[in-house]
Design a protein around this ligand. Structure first.
Ligand SMILES: *Cc1c(COP(=O)(O)O)cnc(C)c1O
Length: 344
């Protein structure tokens, strides 16, 4: 078996790359499509699968697009990259910049970044600036900085990001051997849903494309309410965004596919996160659990769902260990078998 080469190499014919693009790779992509063993029982007519994007090198789907964006920045002669981030973009940019020999500047909105993600950016040698503003303001700041300082912007406004991210759709078709009926995924800046729809649209004729269901958190649901949210609030920090950069892409994905964008509560997100961990063996960060929370919500509302459905699990739970604090603490017992037996 030949080793998996990475997104740039595996999908070279479907990405904007050439012989001059550096062969950057951390062996991103090729993530498992894991069948559900438990949650699927709540959805009798559904064959449920999880696209486990936490298995990417830095623990989130962001690596798919980042490898393309950083390789193109290096190809164009950039010496540094910059991004605003709720965390995962920073972790991914820092890792790929390190590997490509570029400097990386990340701008984090103060107080809203999960510890694991910050640790990654720092370990990979990024210069990390924490600014007292929202994500949306931080994004505006780095747009200006990239122009005035001539450094490559690697937020999802960078078109190469979405090009790389669309490869997840190709993998799902390959792994499933058929198009799914529907794909459900969390929506923050809305780049990912836009990218999946692009991937499915490139690969499939219109009537075979899956329905796209995009899930926002109730406290950060600008697309659902139809206007920007000034102070977005949710435990799911990766989707705590009030003014999505790819707003129109998300709306188009939902309407062209016959899907929809809707919102779930933080309580539903945490419940889905706990079920994924305890019943499926998949520890995801809260934002990722929004996909499953959304699916369970649709089922409760009686939306007819049948056939193969893919829930995208966007990022690894270790990035945001604070959620584990809601679970039982370790129990202190004497070092005897009897004491252990009493616990079971
Ligand atoms: C970035 C991110 C999202 C949101 O993706 P968008 O493209 O911004 O909609 C969801 N979950 C995780 C774990 C992320 O890192």
């Amino acid at each position: 078996m030949r080793p998996w080469p990475g997104v740039l190499q595996a999908f070279a014919d479907r990405l904007p790359v050439s012989d001059r693009t550096p062969p950057l790779s951390l062996r991103e992509g090729n993530t498992p499509l894991v069948p559900s063993v438990s949650i699927t029982r709540d959805l009798p007519e559904v064959e449920l699968y999880f696209k486990w994007e936490g298995a990417n090198p830095t623990g989130s789907f962001k690596d798919r697009g980042m490898v393309v964006a950083v390789a193109k920045a290096a190809e164009a002669g950039a010496r540094a990259v910059v991004c605003a981030s709720t965390g995962n973009t920073a972790a991914s940019a820092a890792a790929y910049a390190a590997r490509a020999g570029l400097r990386c500047l990340v701008v984090l909105p103060e107080g809203s970044v999960a510890t694991g993600k910050l640790a990654q950016a720092r370990m990979h040698g990024a210069v990390v600036a924490s600014v007292p503003c929202s994500f949306d303001q931080a994004l505006q700041l780095v747009r200006e900085a990239s122009e005035r300082l001539h450094i490559a912007l690697v937020n999802s406004l960078n078109p190469y990001r979405l090009e790389g991210q669309k490869t997840a759709a190709f993998e799902i078709l390959d792994q499933l051997g058929k198009p799914p009926e529907a794909v459900v995924l969390p929506v923050g800046n809305a780049g990912n849903i836009t990218a999946y729809w692009r991937g499915f649209s490139e690969a499939l004729p219109p009537r075979h494309r899956p329905r796209m269901w995009g899930v926002q958190a109730e406290g950060a649901a600008p697309i659902v309410v139809g206007r920007p949210v000034e102070h977005p609030q949710t435990v799911a920090s990766a989707i705590r965004i009030g003014k999505p950069a790819s707003w129109e892409g998300a709306v188009r994905a939902a309407s062209e596919s016959g899907g929809r964008i809707f919102a779930v509560s933080d309580e539903e997100i945490l419940h889905a996160q706990a079920r994924l961990a305890r019943e499926e063996g998949l520890f995801v960060e809260p934002a990722s659990a929004a996909s499953v929370a959304g699916l369970l919500r649709l089922a409760r509302e009686g939306v007819g769902i049948r056939g193969a459905v893919v829930a995208v699990l966007t990022g690894h739970g270790l990035k945001d260990p604070a959620t584990a604090e809601r679970t039982p603490q370790p129990v202190r017992v004497e070092p005897t078998v009897e004491a252990l037996a009493s616990l079971l």
